[in-house]
Design a protein around this ligand. Structure first.
Ligand SMILES: Cc1ncc(COP(=O)(O)O)c(C=O)c1O
Length: 356
């Protein structure tokens, strides 16, 4: 197949999508001339309300694929650069509404990158302190980003009993919450507000753009995305099939634990949010398939996207044989972030040869 960079035949926008809308950060419609710095730091709810407009609909683009109408939802178009902008914003907003966060709060979270970057930005914008807890699997791009804007970054080094770092990170979060006054753990692995963010925002946009949908392929880590999106899509399209995409070596859906290297999809625990998801099937993808799929998305479809996008695309391709031949299905997969943080890993052929 030839390399096609956004040619008309390969990448199309869905009619009605808001792809060219102007993004005026921090200036919601109807807010007139109000800016963040005009609102006192104590008015957290108001400051967050003003930031609501940063989360504009992300585009759905069509990719050439035999036997199906395949669309990618480009979540890297979110303001800080990933799908995690939505739960980061929504969790803070809900916690403020409930009075759980005030001016004196220090927000603490364990993250492999995207969620921490989003939280770091939104906490900074509203004037809160934030301590991210990261691990050696984080991409150097995210680590640099966090170290530039957060006065304290905690990096754990020890692997847990599954070979991953998640349990070590969560233990560190516990310790910090016990010792730092007014600490607030956003708990992305169990916070129902993350699910609500995807129900309201991510899935709301899909429903606004698609008259019908047959399959949605969603990478899983905390389960927030699949829980919120699956529940809303099942309401809107009763026959849609939700396919959870996991990495080989992740334990989320009962597979045996194994060392993994690509952040984004998979976990070394079973996150509580997953139990809220309405899942029809699970596909497990090897890390070398992820690498291959990321390259294919770039070289064949002109999409420079991160590891979890490639993992979901690999799942679509593998699952295609199981889709009914009599009907051309409409299929959607999510592209949670950009390829840039993965240049030294997924997109480095030497690094990739070390994968099983
Ligand atoms: C790049 C990327 N893709 C996919 C996911 C999975 O989303 P969720 O945590 O909502 O299951 C994450 C989560 O961290 C991510 O960072």
């Amino acid at each position: 197949m030839s390399s096609i960079l956004s040619s008309d035949s390969d990448v199309k926008t869905v009619p009605g999508q808001v792809s060219n809308s102007r993004v005026e950060v921090g200036l919601p419609q109807g807010a007139g001339e109000t800016h963040l710095d005009q609102i006192p730091a104590s008015r957290l709810a108001m400051r967050l309300e003003l930031l609501r407009n940063t989360l504009r609909p992300t585009p759905h683009v069509q990719l050439a694929m035999k036997g199906m109408d395949l669309f990618a939802k480009l979540e890297y178009v979110n303001p800080v650069g990933s799908i995690k902008d939505r739960p980061a914003y929504w969790i803070l907003k809900r916690a403020v509404e409930r009075g759980e966060i005030c001016e004196e709060t220090t927000v603490i979270e364990s993250s492999s990158g995207n969620f921490a970057a989003a939280l770091a930005t939104y906490t900074q914008l509203v004037g809160l302190r934030f301590i991210p807890v990261i691990d050696p699997n984080i991409s150097s791009t995210y680590e640099s980003f966090l170290r530039r804007i957060c006065p304290t970054v905690v990096k754990v080094e020890d692997r847990d009993d599954t070979g991953g770092f998640l349990k070590t990170r969560l233990q560190k979060v516990k310790e910090l919450c016990a010792t730092i006054p007014n600490a607030y753990w956003t708990n992305q692995y169990g916070n129902p507000d993350a699910m609500e963010a995807h129900y309201e925002l991510t899935a709301g946009e899909i429903c606004a753009d698609f008259d019908s949908l047959d399959y949605a392929f969603i990478g899983v880590s905390t389960g927030g995305t699949i829980a919120g999106v699956s529940r809303r899509l099942k309401e809107e399209y009763p026959n849609v099939r939700i396919i959870a995409v996991d990495a080989e070596g992740s334990v989320i859906f009962g597979g045996p634990p194994r060392k993994r290297h690509i952040p984004g999809v998979g976990a070394s625990i079973v996150p509580p949010l997953v139990s809220h998801a309405m899942i029809d099937d699970v596909v497990w993808i090897l890390e070398r398939e992820t690498v291959q799929a990321c390259r294919e998305l770039l070289m064949t479809h002109g999409l420079f996207v991160g590891g979890s996008s490639g993992t979901a695309f690999a799942a679509v391709k593998r699952y295609a044989a199981r889709m009914p031949a009599y009907k051309r299905p409409t299929v959607l997969f999510l592209c949670p972030d950009r390829g840039t943080p993965y240049l030294d890993t997924v997109f480095d052929p030497t690094w990739a040869t070390r994968l099983e």
